[in-house]
Design a protein around this ligand. Structure first.
Ligand code: FAS
Ligand code: PHB
Length: 383
C-alpha cells in the first residue's frame, strides 16, 4: 500500500492531523495500537485554549463543542482561607473552554469515519523504516496480517511511550520528574464552583475542575509512588474538603466513578523532525498538567505541521524545514509555564520554600501585570 502520510497514533494529535490533511486533499493512514473504544474512553485533559476552540470550529469540529463546552472567563487561585478570581476575559479578552479530551477524541473519530479516512486499530509491531530515503512503516493489523505502507512522510503522534521518537538519531532530551503525582478523581456530582479552583495547601495541592454541570473532576497532590488502594472515597472527600475549603463554602460530594494516579514530568526532545519523519504532541514533549497545556500543545503542533506539509506537497519546503524550530518555541513557552504553575502550587521542600510559594501566589493574585502574564499563558498564545 502507498499513501502520502502515515500517522502513528490515533490520539488527539494523530486524529486531528489526519483531519487537517484531509481538508487539504492530502491522503493519510492512521495506525493505532489500541481499540477505538479504549482511546476514546481515556480520561485526560479538560481545558481547551481559545486558539484550540477557534481552530476546531474553523475545521468543522465545533458543533458539539459549542453546545456542551462550558466557557470560563478565568480560574481561582487559592491559599489557605483566601480564594482569588483571575478574570482572563477582563485582562486579555480571551477565555478558555471546559470540554474533555474524551469529547474532542469522539468528535475527531466521527469526522474520520464520515470522511472515510483509513485507520488500522489494534495495530501491533509498528516499525518505522528508511525515513531518510524511502520512508515506510511495517506492522501487523488487528487480524494478524503483516502489512507495509510506503509513504512520502511519516508522522509520530504515538505519545510518550510510542516507538517513533526512537527513529530520531542522536536526539537531545531534557527531562524533569517532580517529587509528587496527581490523584485524579471523576465524580457524579455537580461542581461546587463556577470555574476551576487551583489551591495551595500545607497538605498538598488540590484542584476542582469539571466535565459538565453534573460531573466534577478533582486532583490531589500525592507521593510519586502513591498506592491508589490507600485512598478510599471517604479519604478523598475529606482531603478535597480540607485543601479546597474556605469560610462559607461547602464541597458537594457524590459517587466517585474513576480514580487514578498520574505521574508528573516535563520532557522535551529535539529535533522534532529527521528526514521524512516528524514528531507531534506527546511523542515529542510532556508537560505537567497543572497549566492545562498538554492537549493544546498537541493541537498547536499538528496545526503547524499540517500547514507545513500542505506547502511541501506543493513544492515549498520552507515551513517543513522550519517546523522543529518553530514548534519548539511554543513547546518551551508552555513547558516553562507548566513548570511555573506546578512549582508555585505544589507543596515540596521546606518551610522556606512554602514562604516563597505563598509570596509568589500573593503577587500573582494582586498584581495586574502578574495576573495578565498568567492569563496570557493559560488562555493560550495565538496559534
Ligand atoms: P496521546 O498519548 O493521547 O496519543 C498517542 C496515541 O498513540 C495513543 O492512542 C496510543 O495508544 C498510540 N500509540 C502508542 N504507541 C503506539 C504504537 N506502538 N503503535 C501505534 N499506536 C501507538 N493534559 C492536560 O492538558 N490536562 C490533563 O489533565 C491531562 N491529564 C493527563 C493524564 C494522563 C494519564 C496522560 C498520559 C496525559 C494527560 N494529559 C493532560 C496530557 C494529554 O492530554 C496529552 O497531552 C494528549 O493526550 C496528547 O495527545 P497525543 O499527542 O495524541 O498523545
Ligand atoms: C482537567 O479538567 O482535567 C484539568 C483542568 C486543568 C488542568 C489540568 C486538568 O490544569
Amino acid at each position: 500500500m502507498r499513501t502520502q502520510v502515515v500517522i502513528i497514533g490515533a490520539g488527539p494529535a494523530g486524529l486531528l492531523l489526519s483531519h487537517l490533511l484531509g481538508l487539504d486533499g492530502i491522503d493519510s493512514v492512521l495506525l493505532e495500537r489500541q481499540t477505538a473504544e479504549y482511546v476514546q474512553a481515556r480520561i485526560r485533559a479538560g481545558i481547551l485554549e481559545a486558539g484550540t476552540v477557534e481552530l476546531l470550529r474553523q475545521v468543522g469540529l465545533g458543533d458539539r463543542l459549542d453546545v456542551q463546552g462550558m466557557e470560563h472567563r478565568g480560574i481561582y487561585l487559592q491559599s489557605p482561607g483566601e480564594r482569588h478570581h483571575i478574570d482572563f476575559t477582563d485582562l486579555i479578552g480571551r477565555s478558555v473552554t471546559v470540554y474533555g479530551q474524551t469529547e474532542v477524541t469522539k468528535d475527531l473519530m466521527v469526522a474520520r469515519e464520515k470522511a472515510g479516512r483509513l485507520a488500522y486499530y489494534e495495530a501491533s509491531d509498528v516499525a518505522v523504516h528508511d525515513v531518510s530515503e524511502k520512508p515506510h512503516v511495517t506492522f501487523v493489523d488487528g487480524d494478524g496480517t503483516a502489512r507495509r505502507i510506503d509513504a512520502d512522510v511519516v508522522v509520530g503522534c504515538d505519545g510518550f511511550h510510542g516507538p517513533s521518537r526512537a527513529s530520531i538519531p542522536d536526539p537531545k532530551v531534557w527531562e524533569r520528574t517532580y517529587p509528587f503525582a496527581w490523584l485524579g478523581v471523576l465524580a457524579d456530582v455537580a461542581p461546587s464552583t463556577d470555574e476551576l479552583i487551583y489551591a495551595w495547601h500545607p497538605d498538598g495541592f488540590a484542584m476542582h475542575s469539571m466535565r459538565s454541570p453534573r460531573v466534577s473532576r478533582f486532583y490531589l497532590q500525592v507521593a510519586p509512588d502513591e498506592d491508589i488502594e490507600r485512598w478510599s472515597d471517604d479519604r478523598i472527600w475529606t482531603a478535597l474538603s480540607e485543601r479546597l475549603g474556605v469560610d462559607g463554602w461547602t464541597l458537594e460530594t457524590g459517587t466517585i466513578t474513576e480514580k487514578s494516579v498520574l505521574p508528573m514530568r516535563s520532557f522535551v526532545t529535539t529535533p522534532m523532525r529527521h528526514g521524512h519523519l516528524y514528531l507531534a504532541g506527546d511523542a515529542a514533549h510532556i508537560v505537567p498538567p497543572t497549566g492545562a497545556k498538554g492537549l493544546n500543545l498537541a493541537v498547536a503542533d499538528v496545526a503547524l505541521l499540517a500547514r507545513a506539509l500542505k506547502a511541501s506537497f506543493r513544492g515549498d519546503d520552507q515551513l517543513v524545514d522550519a517546523y522543529s524550530e518553530t514548534a519548539l518555541r511554543r513547546v518551551w513557552r508552555c513547558t516553562h509555564f507548566s513548570w511555573w504553575m506546578t512549582s508555585m502550587l505544589h507543596r515540596h521542600g521546606d518551610d522556606f520554600d512554602a514562604q516563597l510559594q505563598l509570596s509568589q501566589l500573593r503577587r500573582t493574585v494582586t498584581s495586574t501585570a502578574a495576573k495578565t502574564e498568567l492569563a496570557d499563558n493559560y488562555a493560550g498564545l495565538p496559534l
